[in-house]
Design a protein around this ligand. Structure first.
Ligand SMILES: [Zn+2]
Ligand SMILES: [Zn+2]
Length: 106
């Protein structure tokens, strides 16, 4: 499943995390490198931030970064930000299923 980086995708990530507690594993889709909790990426505006805290939106200039660079020195590849969320497809499938079945788990 491919998602454009847009409001719907952002909503799905936040909604499935917060409402359903489906925590997605985050790692580089190219080399499986996992960012540590306090890893910081640098925005073009100079601000350093964690792109996985707010779906790659810089807290300083509010720019949404569509791509995220791997900070593993042996990799360094750039991937679409949403591809870093490994369980996203499954969560979306589950949400669609639950909506179809009219289920609510809370
Ligand atoms: Zn990588
Ligand atoms: Zn910025």
């Amino acid at each position: 499943m491919d998602f454009p980086l847009n409001c719907v995708a952002k909503w799905l990530i936040l909604y499935s995390n917060l409402t359903y507690g489906l925590m997605m594993k985050i790692y580089c889709p190219k080399c499986n490198w996992k960012p540590k909790k306090r890893t910081r990426w640098k925005c073009l505006c100079g601000c350093e931030f964690d792109p996985f805290e707010n779906i790659s939106k810089c807290p300083s200039c509010n720019y949404s970064h569509e791509f995220t660079e791997c900070l593993n020195l042996e990799c360094g590849k750039i991937s679409p930000h949403l591809n870093w969320y490994s369980g996203l497809d499954n969560n979306v499938t589950r949400l669609i299923y639950e909506v179809k079945m009219g289920k609510k788990n809370h």
